[in-house]
Design a protein around this ligand. Sequence first.
Ligand code: NI
Length: 188
Amino acid sequence: MAILKIARMGHPVLRRRADRVEDPTAPEIQQLIADMIETMEDAEGAGLAAPQVHVPLRLVVFHAPGSVENEAPVLTVLINPVLTPLGDEMDDGWEGCLSLPGMVGLTPRHMAIRYTALAPDGSLIDRSVDGFHARVVQHECDHLEGVLYPQRMTDLGDLMFREEMRHYERGNPSEDEEIVSDDVAGPE
Ligand code: NI
């Protein structure tokens, strides 16, 4: 296991389309998954995509909220994920990213999505989700297309340093509202 270096906005690996994983069960893929999980947990992120650790492959890890209230988040690994929006409804929410340290932005995402992917054992994952879970998956899978959350924002006036969020008047999240982030959790 190893903690990997995280690429920051501007590095070419974050701007390119990532390649398919040909063999999800290959030892080097299992090693990458273990290192990504360790890196995500060290950085206290909610998710991490392989391009963020300089590996241009279609692989993401994240903590999905539990299906029951107060249940612990469930660690999920998606290989070669495919997303389909469910309906037209969009929702604005705050996001951060380990590749843009210290920043957050108000970002529109589909409220509900279906996603399919392979699990590390090669089995098929097929889920329909909404809310926070749907937002995390959209954020992480955008990394596989070379897209960072500011590219999804409709008003870059809502891009700011996390430390300045307390000054924000419009749409300021309440204390217990969760910010989707592969960055460190929550406003001060
Ligand atoms: Ni990110």
